[in-house]
Design a binder for this molecule. Sequence first.
Ligand SMILES: C[S@@+](CC[C@H](N)C(=O)[O-])C[C@H]1O[C@@H](n2cnc3c(N)ncnc32)[C@H](O)[C@@H]1O
Length: 181
Amino acid sequence: MTESIQKHSAMIGLVNPKTPVNVGGIMRAAGCYQANSVFYTGNRYELAARSGEAQYDVDTKNAAKTIPLTRVESLLEQVPEDSKLVCVDLVVGATPLPLFEHPQNAFYIFGPEDGTIPQQIIDAADEVVYVPTVGCMNLAASVNVLLYDRLSKSAQVTADDELIKESRDNNNRTKVKKWLK
Ligand SMILES: C[S@@+](CC[C@H](N)C(=O)[O-])C[C@H]1O[C@@H](n2cnc3c(N)ncnc32)[C@H](O)[C@@H]1O
């Protein structure tokens, strides 16, 4: 992926997520955008995953095999010393994401599907950002948007046809018309 993304670190923290579909979607996003690790609190995800609620193959790229997904008691204790804690939620006084400059090393915390990030975590944050949407997004969608925003603002994005060929499915041989000769 991009040099800048590899050198810097982006970690994801989830407050008591509920649905395996969302966690699967977040693992896929972590793989696509090269996040380093995903942490979560609470028991609901594990219980739902164990009780047979399928992940519906959302993480079809099997990012969970290479990116650690770890249950922890405290997200705050996982934030490395050289990382900034960034809370992502609809919080009064938060910075709109389009205006936000991402820290090189960031630990992004997201709230649960049916709640919000606890005030105690927000109080500990270096930054709090929100996406100026009409209504709130789905949890996995918000992680994708955040990571895309980070990618789009990174200094050295590798964006070329080789990456497209590596990233796309085997059955995709499409080309833009001007290259069809
Ligand atoms: C379905 S939302 C939960 C409800 C949300 N806390 C609220 O107050 O409307 C799940 C999580 O997705 C993230 N999220 C959803 N929409 C967002 C937005 N517009 N800006 C920032 N984060 C968002 C937050 O981390 C949120 O806790």
